[in-house]
Ligand binder design. Structure first.
Ligand code: BEZ
Ligand code: FE
Length: 359
């Protein structure tokens, strides 16, 4: 079993990297790769990746390599295009900071985030669907009592949001939304916690809070992802919506779901209604669309704590799965995925690698 470190007269660069932890592998297990054709190249990259003891990593890398190579071959990727892609990814990385994640945005506009969410939060009939978390969630939202406002005065048109869990008492709800100008609090240079809050359902699973009517807004589009969308002639807008995160914990049970509600005020915000069907990041689901109604009743408005005579009303109930139910649904998706995959079995024979597809 000759290892690389068994070879006499290794240069300093090789011994240094072995000392730093580069794998010192049995060279007999490495396929001899010379004069590879496009097809042989793919099989051999998969073969050299196959030594990992982590079966999930092995599977993910195998399929990734196969699809990446198939993509390049199918479009006959030019060197220029490949360079453009590398430059684009470089700029995407350079645009990331503590408060900006351009790679997640890239994943969002490709629909990858929406797909990962669908795969990881399958929902049986009747359960509340999840959707994109988005980049504007923060952990330090102020905690409010039931009925209190998450928005300071003058941030937008008053809105009451209320509903019930299935029933879940003491469910922690985080909610966040744009102000009337279409900005989240974190987008202002002087960040001050506003238009977001944390509250808990009562003993009957009920919740209520005051906020403001959210408006449509653009996803961040002043970086490479925005530039890409311009070249694709794609718009950058999300319909008006309110984010919800639901977390419950009892002694032995933790339930966590992220969800969103898209609010539509028919008649008043026609353009907003149009955006519901063309969200820039593919996050809208019919089951999450909620109609807002306008309540004009000065006494009721005052009783609820509004300073105006009227307010928008959103009523929204949610149904969460238990941790076990969620794990069961996820296992079904994973099982279906792994049974679709055909793994090539690699045999190292002398100096060549034979690949065989198992049924
Ligand atoms: C959001 O809804 O906050 C969001 C989601 C994805 C990209 C940008 C914003
Ligand atoms: Fe949002």
């Amino acid at each position: 079993m000759p290892k690389l470190s068994d070879v006499a007269h290794l240069g300093k660069a090789v011994t240094d990297s072995l000392q730093r932890g580069a794998p010192d592998i049995d060279m007999d297990t490495v396929p001899k790769m010379l004069d590879l054709s496009a097809e042989g190249l793919t099989d051999n990259v998969i073969a050299v990746n196959a030594n990992t003891g982590n079966q999930r990593q092995k599977l993910v890398m195998e399929v990734l390599v196969r699809h990446l190579h198939a993509f390049a071959s199918e479009v006959a990727l030019t060197t220029e295009e490949w360079k453009t892609a590398i430059e684009f990814l470089t700029k995407t990385g350079q645009t990331c900071s503590d408060i900006r994640q351009e790679f997640i945005l890239l994943s969002d506009v490709f629909g990858l985030s929406a797909l990962v969410d669908i795969l990881n939060h399958p929902k049986p009939e009747g359960a509340t669907e999840s959707t994109l978390l988005g980049p504007f969630f923060v952990e330090d939202a102020k905690t409010i009592s039931l009925g209190e406002s998450i928005a300071s005065e003058g941030k937008g048109e008053p809105m009451l949001v209320r509903g019930r869990g299935n029933p879940i008492m003491r469910c922690m709800i985080d909610t966040w939304e744009t102000d009337q100008d279409g900005f989240y609090d974190t987008q202002y240079t002087e960040y001050e916690n506003d238009c977001r809050g944390r509250l808990y359902t009562d003993a009957n699973g009920r919740y209520a809070f005051r906020g403001i009517l959210p408006v449509a807004y653009p996803i961040p589009n002043d970086g490479p992802v925005g530039q890409l969308l311009r070249t694709m002639h794609r718009h950058v807008f999300r319909p008006a919506h309110l984010h919800f995160s639901f977390v419950t914990a009892s002694s032995s049970l933790l339930r966590r779901f992220i969800s969103g509600v898209t609010s539509s005020s028919r008649g008043r915000h026609i353009s907003v209604d149009q955006l519901i069907g063309s969200d820039a990041v593919f996050g809208v689901k019919s089951s999450l669309i909620v109609e807002t109604t306008r309540v004009t009743d000065p006494d009721e408005a005052r009783r609820l704590g509004f300073s105006s005579d009227s307010f928008h009303l959103v009523e929204y109930d949610f149904v969460l799965l238990t941790k076990e139910e969620a794990a069961f649904e996820q296992a079904k998706v994973r099982h279906a995925a792994s049974s679709r995959i055909v793994h090539p079995q690699v045999e190292v024979v002398g100096t060549s690698v034979a690949l065989r597809s198992l049924p």
